[in-house]
Design a protein around this ligand. Sequence first.
Ligand code: FMN
Ligand code: SF4
Ligand code: SF4
Length: 309
Amino acid sequence: MVEYRDILEKSKKDALYGREISPPHVKKDKCIGCGLCVDICAALVFELREKKSEVIYGEKCNACGHCWAICSEEAVTQPQVITTTSLRPGSEPAVSADSLQLLIRERRSVRLFNDNAVSKEDLIKIINAGRYAPTSSNRQAVNYIVLSNQQKISKLRSSVENFMEKTFKMMENRAIAFFYKMKYGPLAVDLLRHYAINYQILKTRKEKKAYFPLPFGSAVIIVHSQSFDSLAQFNCAIALYNCSLMAHSMGLGSCFMGFVQIGINMDKKIKHWLDIPKGNQAYGAMVIGHPNVKYRRLVERKEPNIRWL
Ligand SMILES: Cc1cc2nc3c(=O)[nH]c(=O)nc-3n(C[C@H](O)[C@H](O)[C@H](O)COP(=O)(O)O)c2cc1C
Ligand code: SF4
Ligand code: SF4
């Protein structure tokens, strides 16, 4: 068997995590040997020896902080997770199930905004909601690009429009459409044509409001991550969804922008302009602004398709 310690050199681990992670430390005099840190650590860093917790595989720590968060004796520390906040988990979850369910249902895509700018402070607050989303192996490899300058947002909009127009045009070519169907499945072209119709209708409207592919919001947040990681997409998606919930709770509106995401990844010029590293892909884009609308009613969605095994 290959000794994992040969593989997990410190430099490689730092590169994989994009940050330095120190091993945890156990204060033996405080440890009562309850074994909770041993059981909770998914990286299997500790072992209980002579009724005290001991750090055996410190280099495997991913700084999730579970050991520090769970120890009743404050006997275990991990430098990267110690927080200065005085906030603590309450005896009950911070939000009731009913409130959370309502928040989830209240959050709707907002595409109509007024001209008020979203402050940098608020954008940081929103991104901090993404920051505390879980990530696979706690890699925290979700990166954010924020466009809050209207000229840059316009440039992004027109670049994505150009990309879309080219793509829709290609679908008029039967050979290319056939190739697309073969590559992406029988409904791929129909879906693109469906979007093409929406785009054509909007183009004919004089007043540009809920504009496709990018409405007139105050800011755009793009999340990107390394494409070698097959969980990067999931990590980015949940982080951005957290951001959208936070935006809603702050009285702001947001909408995920699928075509912006696709345009960035498929048009090298856009990706280059945004300075997204070569090995990275955009896994989400979201427009944010002050809503010009208020939804008065909740809506129904279809019953979930569940297969119980
Ligand atoms: C996409 C994704 C995949 C994950 N896969 C695993 C897994 O296979 N096994 C596991 O124990 N934890 C898994 N986790 C949990 C992460 O390790 C965990 O979210 C991270 O360490 C941060 O801890 P927290 O969720 O307690 O904040 C996964 C998390 C995400 C977001
Ligand atoms: S959780 Fe704390 S007290 Fe319990 S074994 Fe670990 S370090 Fe010791
Ligand atoms: S911070 Fe997480 S991974 Fe590191 S030792 Fe503690 S529980 Fe294990």
